[in-house]
Ligand binder design. Structure first.
Ligand code: FE
Ligand code: MN
Length: 361
């Protein structure tokens, strides 16, 4: 079916069948590749919706005052050694982790997906990792922490090194041209998306998130706590993005969803959980007020099962309760009033797509 647009003496013919063909050729992987960024027609509307949600949550580290945090850090009667250590571990671990995620998004996942709306939202994801990395820089410079100490943590703290090795291991094999029509290679990319979204951002980030927010709840490190809350809100979108991507990839390539592959993924999550529990012990080597390593470890079991169930896998500890219910409350930032009032709303402009009538294509 053709539609003719007459403008003055010129006429333009647009072909409905071509548009439908382009739509059908959109795939998570192995779809049509085009130099033009053909967002329309949208095949994965969730990706565009998520992109809009993510940009409406935009924040900048410098908008948050670090003044109280600096006062507390410098005073010698406010913080315990254990509390300072948690902040050092938080800054040290995330300085490496945010960059690793952003790099994998750009150089692995965004490279292999073919639909432009997926590339759009992944570009935003990578940008948010840049903001997170920048927020850590801002914390380091405000507190006057020696940047070389943070760098050294990546190598010298064994549990950080092991967590980083666990995730980067799944990306090495994908940093080259792969024949993604082969089931074993499809599994490699599916596993990478699972490891980064559900194991790392979805589970291994939550030990420190919990500890830092526990301090924040005691009015310690209010600036860092706020930044962690905004980061956490971003992470929940990243987890959803990579979950949707994973589910649609499996939906389009059902031959890889074998019992064996499902078991491999569950075992991978189990490894992620063990690494996180060892890491929690390093973050809390001595007791601190209101912080129990045991509770955080159980929380990791709880959250890991939510991630597994989210992608249709069996939980490791069926029926486990959330030992830290206050954390869920703290993480639900939408309830907060006056959240960046003025700043956020400015970004929430109607998008161009609202004005496009899809039936016209
Ligand atoms: Fe992040
Ligand atoms: Mn993230």
């Amino acid at each position: 079916m053709e539609k003719v647009f007459q403008l003055g003496s010129r006429s333009f013919v647009l072909d409905q069948d071509k548009a439908e063909e382009a739509f059908a050729a959109k795939r998570i992987i192995n779809g049509r590749r085009s130099m033009a960024f053909n967002l329309l027609p949208l095949k994965y509307p969730w990706a565009y919706d998520l992109y809009r949600t993510m940009k409406s949550n935009h924040w900048e580290p410098e908008d948050i005052s670090m003044q109280k945090d600096v006062e507390q850090w410098r005073a010698d009667n406010i913080l315990s050694d254990a509390e300072r250590w948690i902040i050092r571990m938080g800054i040290g671990y995330f300085s490496a982790a945010e960059g690793i995620v952003g790099d994998n998004i750009i150089h692995v996942i965004r490279e292999v997906v073919t639909a432009p709306e997926l590339k759009l939202v992944l570009g935003r994801h990578a940008h948010e990792e840049n903001i997170h990395a920048d927020s850590l820089l801002y914390m380091i410079s405000s507190l006057g922490i020696n940047p070389h100490e943070c760098e050294a943590m990546f190598e010298q703290i064994d549990t950080i090194r092991k967590k980083n090795e666990f995730v980067t291991r799944t990306s090495h094999s994908l940093r080259r041209d792969l024949d993604l029509t082969l089931p074993e290679n499809k599994k490699l990319i599916a596993k990478n998306i699972f490891v980064f979204g559900q194991c790392m951002e979805g589970t291994q980030f939550y030990g420190l998130f919990g500890m830092v927010l526990s301090l924040y709840r005691q009015n310690k490190f209010p600036g860092i706590g706020r930044m962690f809350r905004y980061t956490l809100r971003d992470e929940s979108n990243h987890i959803e993005l990579l979950r949707n991507l994973f589910m649609d990839l499996i939906g389009e390539n059902p031959e890889i969803w074998t019992e064996e592959f499902r078991q491999e993924l569950t075992d991978t999550m189990s490894e992620a959980v063990n690494l996180e529990k060892e890491f929690i012990q390093d973050c809390l080597p001595m007791s601190a007020v209101g912080l129990s390593a045991d509770e955080f470890c159980r929380y990791i079991d709880f959250i890991a099962d939510r991630r597994l169930e989210g992608v249709g896998l069996r939980p490791l500890n069926p029926g486990i309760d959330n030992p830290l219910p206050w954390l869920a409350e703290m993480m639900d930032i939408k309830k907060e009033q006056n959240f960046f009032e003025g700043t956020v709303t400015e970004y929430q402009k109607a998008s161009a797509l609202d004005m496009v009538d899809n039936d016209d294509l």
